[in-house]
Write a protein that binds this ligand. Sequence first.
Ligand SMILES: Nc1ncnc2c1ncn2[C@@H]1O[C@H](COP(=O)(O)OP(=O)(O)OP(=O)(O)O)[C@@H](O)[C@H]1O
Length: 416
Amino acid sequence: MSEMPGDNTRLLAGSREGRDAGPRGAAGLAESPASPARERTTEGALEATARERATEGTPEATARERTAEGAPEVTVLERASGRGPEVTVLERAGGGGPGTTAAQGQAIVTRGLTKRFRGGQVAVDGLDLAVPRGSVFGFLGPNGSGKTTTIRMLLGLVTPTEGTWEMLGRPMPGAIPAVLPRVGALVEGPAFYPYLSGEANLRRYDAADPAADPRTASRRIGLALERVGLTAAARKRYRAYSLGMRQRLAIAAALLGPRELLVLDEPTNGLDPQGTREVRALVKEIAADGTTVFVSSHLLAEVEQMCTHVGVMRTGRLVAQGPIDEFRRLSAGETVMIRVETPDTAVAAAVLTGLGLAGVRTGDGETVAELGALAPETVTAELVTAGVAVRGLAVQRPSLEDVFVRLTGEGFDVDG
Ligand SMILES: Nc1ncnc2c1ncn2[C@@H]1O[C@H](COP(=O)(O)OP(=O)(O)OP(=O)(O)O)[C@@H](O)[C@H]1O
């Protein structure tokens, strides 16, 4: 999505006025604006802040969960309100104590990054992002939640209204000339010529980069094609490429040169299932080579498959962030339910209550309870012994999506 011409937002630090500057025309940012207050936990732990987004005056409940022995602690402060809590689960930026700047362990750090478009639309609101080096960071959020705008700010294509950011340990946008050559990006797909081969297209692309040495172009292009698995199809015309091959060529264009960070905006959007699989596999391969990958998506399933870390956006705000394993651990700690399908709902309820299960309730042809530590086979045996006609029995374990919905109040597309 491109910025409106004449956007005259300005940097808080006042280093630039008026129009956005291109990547090479950017001036330095000064001090970071104050970040929102945030509950601190111990070194390496997750941090959490909760903000009320429901009605005033509701009682505040505090829940502290220790997920596992020695595991990072997640503090969830929530208001007992009708809607889900708004929780920011933030991993502390790379081991830095108070007073340290963005740690070298982070590929991207933002503080209070905000974009307000002309007309007042706040596309990104006070973003505090921490993307560890070596991670595959899934930037997850529904359409319109501010992912593209964030990526464009990170790359210096759109000027933030407020906030600061660092990439590869350097303050931006001042360090853009030094940093961007080490960053590959795919924001809007590059336009390729249909009648030229993949290789010839990359050659044109490479030639347009003033920083690229023409004497080493062939080597760069060969390596990029090899990296995305298109060496054999290098001389085929672009129009004969499948959707997946086309997207892999676009990623090759972002990989012309050694990159420490690859930024991909919805790289599987519009692809067929085969193309989607190819791109996901490629992302994993690139990450396995040591490149940090920051990839946006509106599909939770995709982020789950590809990513080691996740940041969740909703209406311009980052509502949860951390290693995907931590979210998995949270989901493992959630209540497992048992659902018994039976015409004998009252007897079944009595059996489950007798077994000490909590939250027993009956519905139309079913009895439901929290399974707790009991084995489902124990429950089944007791039901049968009591003469309950069991037509079906299901154990419902919460999914990662359940955790995200609880944390963010937001559902995600789960197809693909
Ligand atoms: N140039 C612009 N001028 C005004 N509003 C804009 C501009 N670009 C984006 N927006 C608005 O900012 C919000 C966030 O858009 P953005 O494209 O960043 O979201 P997204 O999460 O990437 O969604 P999508 O995947 O649909 O692009 C949207 O409401 C969008 O309409």
